[in-house]
Design a protein around this ligand. Structure first.
Ligand code: FES
Length: 107
C-alpha cells in the first residue's frame, strides 16, 4: 500500500473499547499510539517511550499523567510533554476525532 503524503484520520478503536480513566494501545498504519479516555475526552500520544522504547501503555495512568513501566518516565497524555525523566524527548501528540462511536487519530 502506498503511504499517503498528506496526514489523514485513521480509525483506531470504538469508544466502547476505552473506559473513562483507561488507556489502550492502538496502531494506526504502522504507528503505535497510546489512546486515553479522560472523563469522556480522548487523547492520543506516541506509545513507544522516548527513553528506551518500552510501551507506555503497559504503565500506569494517574489523572492526565502516564508513567512508563520501565524507568518511570512520565508524560502528559494531553500534550505528550515530559512530566518527569529520565526521558529527554516528549511523545508526539496526535489529533483525535470522533465519528459516531468510532475514534479516529490523525497521522
Ligand atoms: S523506557 Fe520508558 S522510562 Fe525508560
Amino acid at each position: 500500500m502506498m503511504k499517503e503524503e498528506k496526514m489523514s484520520f485513521v480509525k483506531v478503536a470504538s469508544i466502547h473499547d476505552v473506559e473513562p480513566g483507561a488507556m489502550k494501545a492502538v496502531t494506526a498504519d504502522s504507528t503505535e499510539i497510546l489512546l486515553v479516555n479522560l472523563a469522556g475526552t480522548y487523547f492520543a500520544i506516541g506509545n513507544i517511550c522516548r527513553h528506551m522504547g518500552c510501551r507506555i501503555s503497559m504503565g500506569t495512568l494517574s489523572g492526565d499523567v502516564v508513567t512508563c513501566p520501565c524507568h518511570g518516565s512520565q508524560y502528559n497524555v494531553k500534550t505528550g510533554t515530559i512530566v518527569r525523566g529520565p526521558t529527554i524527548e516528549p511523545e508526539p501528540p496526535y489529533e483525535v476525532r470522533l465519528e459516531d462511536d468510532q475514534i479516529l487519530v490523525r497521522i
